[in-house]
Design a protein around this ligand. Structure first.
Ligand code: NDP
Ligand code: MG
Length: 385
C-alpha cells in the first residue's frame, strides 16, 4: 500500500490523481491532502478518502471543517501545505498545486525523506538547483508527472548513457493558428479553450503564451540534467507524441498515447512497475492517421525564446521569469490586463533584473517576492492597455 500526500487535491491533476487512487484501493491510499478554497469539492474528497490531515486556504474553512470532521487534523496556508507534505505516514508527495506555493512544502517533504511526484513545474523553474541538490542529499526520487517529462523519463529507462538530446512536443495552445496581430484582441474565454487538454486556468493560459513550454524546458534541464543546447521543442498539434529522446546513434524514442493525465500520474506512483488503466475510448492510431511536426517559430512565441535566455543565464533569472508570469497570467485571468500584456510584463521583469547569477536559496525567495511586487505595481499603475 503506497501512502500518498496529495497537494492540490481539488484541481485538474488532483482530480485525476484521485481517479488513479480509487481505481486501485488495494495499492494506494491518500493520507493527507490540501486544497485552497473549493470547500464543496474539498469536503466531498475528505468523505471519500478519509485522510488523516487536511491543509486548507483559510482559518474560516478550517473552523468550518474541523466541526464536521473532529477526527481529522487541519492546517492553514503554508503551514497546512508543509504539514500535509511531511506527515509521518506519507511516503510520496504528489505536488499538484499551481504556482510557487509548491516550493516550500516540496523542500520540506524532501528533507523528511519523501519521494516527490512532481506536477508543480513552477517549483523547479523557481529553484531547480536547490530542489535537485536537496533531493540528492536526502536520496529521494523526483518523479515527473508533467506529460512531456514523464514521456522523456519513460524513454530514458536503460538509455541514459546514450542520450544525445531531448525533443519536447508543444501543442501550440489555444492561439497557435493566430498571428501576433490577431492576438491583440483575444479574450479570456478564447484563451481558456485548449485544443487537446482539459487543465487548470493558469496552465491553459501558459500553454497559449507558450510560457508553459518555456517552463517545461527549464523543468527538463533540472530533472534530466540536460544542457539547454540539447533540449529542443517542436510544434506537434495532435499532442499524441508526448515527447521524444534522440540517442547517440540517431535513434528516436518516443512515447505516444491519448491526452489523459492519469497515465503519467500513475506511472509516477508505480514506477518502475506499470498497472492497467481503464479507458472508455479506444486509442487507435489508424483513426488519428496523421501526425504533424513543425519547427517552433521563436518570433511568434517570444516567451519560449526567453525561457532559453533565462535558463542559460541561470541564478535567479528563471525565478524572475516565473514570478512575473504568475502575476501577469493571474491578472489576465482576473481581467486586469489584456492578453499581450502578459508577455510584455514578463519580458520587462526579466530586463529590469540585472543582478549577479550567484544567489542563495534564501535570496531566490526574496527575488521571487520582489519581482511579484514590481509586476503588481506596474499593473496597478498602468492598468489594462
Ligand atoms: P488547478 O488550477 O486545476 O488546481 C490547482 C490546485 O491548487 C487546486 O487544488 C487549488 O485549490 C490549489 N491551489 C490554488 N491556489 C493555491 C494556493 N495559493 N495555496 C494552496 N493551494 C492552492 O491546476 P492544475 O491541476 O491544472 O495544475 C496543477 C499543477 O500541475 C501546475 O503547476 C501545473 O502547471 C501542473 N500541470 C498540470 C497539468 C494538467 O493537465 N492540468 C499537466 C502538467 C502539469 P482550490 O481548488 O481549492 O482553489
Ligand atoms: Mg506538460
Amino acid at each position: 500500500m503506497k501512502k500518498i500526500a496529495l497537494l492540490g487535491a481539488t484541481g485538474s491533476i488532483g482530480t485525476s490523481t484521485v481517479d488513479v487512487v480509487l481505481a486501485h484501493p488495494e495499492l494506494f491510499s491518500i493520507v493527507s491532502l490540501t486544497f485552497h478554497e473549493n470547500v464543496e469539492q474539498g469536503t466531498a474528497l475528505i468523505k471519500l478518502l478519509k485522510p488523516q490531515y487536511v491543509g486548507v486556504g483559510t482559518e474560516a474553512i478550517k473552523e468550518q471543517l474541523a466541526e464536521l470532521f473532529p477526527d481529522i487534523c487541519f492546517g492553514v496556508g503554508e503551514t497546512g501545505l508543509v504539514e500535509a507534505a511531511t506527515l509521518k505516514e506519507a511516503e510520496v508527495v504528489l505536488t499538484a498545486v499551481t504556482g510557487s506555493v509548491g516550493l516550500l512544502p516540496t523542500m520540506a517533504a524532501i528533507e523528511a525523506g519523501k519521494d516527490i511526484a512532481l506536477a508543480n513545474k513552477e517549483t523547479l523553474v523557481m529553484a531547480g538547483k536547490w530542489v535537485m541538490e536537496k533531493a540528492k542529499k536526502h536520496n529521494v526520487q523526483i518523479l515527473p508527472v508533467d506529460s512531456e517529462h514523464s514521456a522523456i523519463f519513460q524513454c530514458l529507462q536503460g538509455e541514459k548513457q546514450n542520450l544525445k538530446e531531448l525533443v519536447i512536443t508543444a501543442s501550440g495552445g489555444s492561439f497557435r493558428d493566430l498571428s501576433r496581430e490577431e492576438l491583440k484582441t483575444v479574450t479570456l474565454a478564447q484563451a481558456l479553450k485548449h485544443p487537446n487538454w482539459s487543465m487548470g486556468k493558469k496552465i491553459t493560459i501558459d500553454s497559449s503564451t507558450m510560457m508553459n513550454k518555456g517552463l517545461e524546458v527549464i523543468e527538463a534541464h533540472w530533472l534530466f540534467g540536460t544542457d539547454y543546447d540539447k533540449i529542443k521543442v517542436v510544434l506537434h498539434k495532435e499532442s499524441i507524441v508526448h515527447s521524444m529522446i534522440v540517442l547517440k546513434d540517431g535513434a528516436y524514442l518516443a512515447q505516444l498515447g491519448p491526452s489523459d493525465m492519469r497515465e503519467p500520474i500513475q506511472y509516477a506512483l508505480t514506477y518502475p512497475k506499470r498497472l492497467p488503466i481503464k479507458n472508455e475510448k479506444v486509442f487507435d492510431l489508424t483513426e488519428i492517421a496523421k501526425l504533424h511536426f513543425e519547427k517552433m517559430n521563436f518570433e511568434r512565441f517570444p516567451m519560449l525564446a526567453l525561457a532559453y535566455t533565462v535558463g542559460r543565464k541561470g541564478g535567479a533569472y528563471p525565478t524572475v521569469y516565473n514570478a512575473a508570469n504568475e502575476i501577469a497570467a493571474n491578472a489576465f485571468i482576473e481581467g486586469k490586463i489584456s492578453y499581450l500584456q502578459i508577455e510584455q510584463l514578463v519580458k520587462r521583469a526579466v530586463e529590469q533584473y540585472n543582478e549577479t547569477t550567484e544567489v542563495t536559496f534564501e535570496e531566490v525567495l526574496i527575488i521571487d517576492k520582489k519581482t511579484r511586487a514590481i509586476v503588481e505595481g506596474w499593473i496597478k499603475k498602468e492598468g489594462r492597455i
